[in-house]
Design a protein around this ligand. Structure first.
Ligand code: NAP
Length: 291
């Protein structure tokens, strides 16, 4: 089975759109999301554009502050403070990475936890860790939703996560180990200190690759029937492609699909889920929810 993240993310956005129409009718205002984009990083610009477009399609109120890379940390903190106090704004997203002179952690911690729709504030992370309801970080939340909506139950399965970043590896491992109906897995996290990474990946019933290295996971490293979730987004050179390059994941899709029972493609797997879950979080921040 190819897990179609594009289709599932569209279904979720449609559900958020319907819930938003009811929300607006009942309350007379729309859920509001503010973006702060510092600098001209092309990938960040493209992410913010896509997120803004999704807000428009769904019927959210959205505001984007695009400021130059020379913007000071104090100026970014002042923007956050303004959005924290703005009643029309329910969620705040500061697009990462930030220029080096700005302390990312300080910026994340300045966002009011009630508006932390990215789920990166230590308050959200702590609540997630102990299983309390909170904003879940969008990419791992998207993985949980992909599994759920594809009928894959992680309960009692051995999930091996390769990668321990704060935005993907650690939170997805944390979420799937929770004693919840959609989780309840036995979880291993592998990383660069593993001398023989395949010794771990071969044990996986569900393998989650968040490595950032093209084709790091090959079929020889997996057991037949494994479910593979590929979080990686890597641009590699390809003379045959239109603009000389193409996007690939962390998994050798062509080889692994022969032995996997289910696998996410790149693009079109985990990627589109991130924006869909941001929309779910924003609706929730405003006090609404999808059923
Ligand atoms: P990251 O911060 O670079 O973390 C990569 C992790 O992989 C690190 O923990 C690193 O270990 C581990 N690692 C690297 N090479 C390894 C190897 N050869 N064997 C075992 N472990 C290895 O990356 P990230 O932010 O988690 O992102 C991972 C990938 O997902 C990237 O391709 C990124 O573009 C993509 N991504 C996609 C989405 C989305 O779909 N929306 C969102 C976020 C990220 P150490 O800790 O030991 O260095």
């Amino acid at each position: 089975m190819i897990i179609d993240g594009k289709k599932i993310s569209q279904e979720i956005k449609q559900e958020v759109k319907q819930a938003t129409a009811i929300f607006r009718k009942e309350r007379g205002y729309a859920p509001g999301l503010a973006f702060i984009l510092v600098g001209e990083n092309p990938a960040s610009q493209s992410y913010v554009n896509s997120k803004g477009k999704a807000c428009e399609e769904i019927g959210f109120h959205s505001v984007t502050e695009r400021v130059p890379a020379t913007t000071t940390e104090a100026e970014v903190l002042a923007m956050i403070d303004r959005f924290n106090k703005d009643e029309r704004i329910h969620g705040i997203l500061v697009q990462l990475p930030l220029p080096k002179h700005i302390n990312e952690q300080k910026v994340i911690e300045a966002i009011a936890p009630a508006k932390d729709v990215d789920g990166f504030h230590p308050m959200s992370v702590g609540k997630m860790m102990i299983g309390l309801e909170t904003f879940l970080p969008c990419t791992p939340y998207g993985i949980v939703e992909l599994l759920k909506r594809s009928g894959i139950d992680p309960s009692g399965k051995h999930v091996v996560v390769v990668g321990r970043s704060n935005i993907v590896g650690k939170p997805i491992a944390n979420m799937l180990v929770q004693k919840k109906p959609w989780a309840n897995a036995i979880v291993t996290i592998a990383h660069t200190a593993a001398k023989d990474i395949a010794a771990y990946t071969k044990q996986a019933d569900i393998l989650i690759a968040a490595v950032g290295v093209p084709f790091a996971i090959t079929k020889e490293m997996l057991k037949p029937g494994v479910v593979v979730i590929d979080v990686g987004i890597n641009r590699i050179e390809d003379a045959a492609a239109k603009n000389g390059s193409r996007l690939v994941g962390d998994v050798d899709f062509e080889g692994v699909k022969e032995i996997a029972s289910a696998i996410t493609p790149v693009p079109g797997g985990v990627g589109p889920m991130t924006i869909a879950m941001l929309m779910v979080n924003t609706l929730r921040a405003a006090g609404g929810r999808i059923s």
